[in-house]
Design a protein around this ligand. Structure first.
Ligand SMILES: Cc1cc2nc3c(=O)[nH]c(=O)nc-3n(C[C@H](O)[C@H](O)[C@H](O)COP(=O)(O)O)c2cc1C
Length: 170
């Protein structure tokens, strides 16, 4: 599969089967994640694998959607606001950028392994802080459910802006 095929194949999967994600697939996804680039190579991130029934139940309270609860496994991607690169010219923190790249590595690696995934950011942030307390400076950026895609998983048409709407050439 070339990169264009992989990019086209990935979609936000919102229904999974009960089949667990194999340790081999998870290891592969995590290694692809670990190799993601970050500003000044700071790697201001960590990734929490949510697989126990107890932890999954807590996560479902943070993002209470029927489809979300069908996933056998989740990865919470977090940034460290005290360890990311801050651009000197405007003090902009780059932790969100760094973690976002890593999260997309998760999604594309999952796609390559035939698995579904979905970015989830619309969770209850107060509930996340309460149920998954983190050391000072750490903050969740996204939750990624991962699993085998259900046969009746909804598949939306890929709607994207036209090339001429998004590209400028100087
Ligand atoms: C930063 C970000 C946050 C997102 N948060 C959610 C979310 O909370 N819930 C959800 O169902 N989808 C979420 N999505 C998925 C988008 O809706 C989806 O990527 C977009 O509609 C394009 O569809 P596709 O991923 O199937 O190509 C998010 C995507 C991104 C990149």
């Amino acid at each position: 599969m070339n990169f264009l095929q992989l990019s086209s194949l990935r979609f936000s999967a919102r229904k999974y089967t009960d089949e667990p994600v194999s340790q081999d697939d998870l290891n592969y996804i995590l290694e692809c994640t670990r190799l993601a680039p970050s500003a000044v190579n700071k790697q201001p991130w960590k990734f929490i694998i949510v697989e126990s029934d107890e932890a999954k139940a807590k996560l479902h309270m943070c993002y209470n959607r029927e489809w979300f609860a069908t996933a056998p496994l989740y990865i919470i991607a977090l940034k460290n606001n005290n360890a990311d690169w801050v651009r000197p010219s405007d003090q902009k923190h780059h932790g969100d950028v760094d973690v976002s790249i890593a999260v997309e590595h998760i999604c594309l690696a999952a796609t390559e392994r035939g698995l579904g995934s979905c970015w989830v950011c619309n969770y209850d942030t107060d509930m996340m802080l309460h149920l998954f307390p983190q050391p000072e400076g750490w903050e969740a950026v996204a939750i990624v459910p991962i699993g085998h895609i259900a046969d009746d998983c909804p598949r939306n048409e890929k709607k994207r802006k036209e090339m001429n709407e998004i590209i400028e050439r100087l």
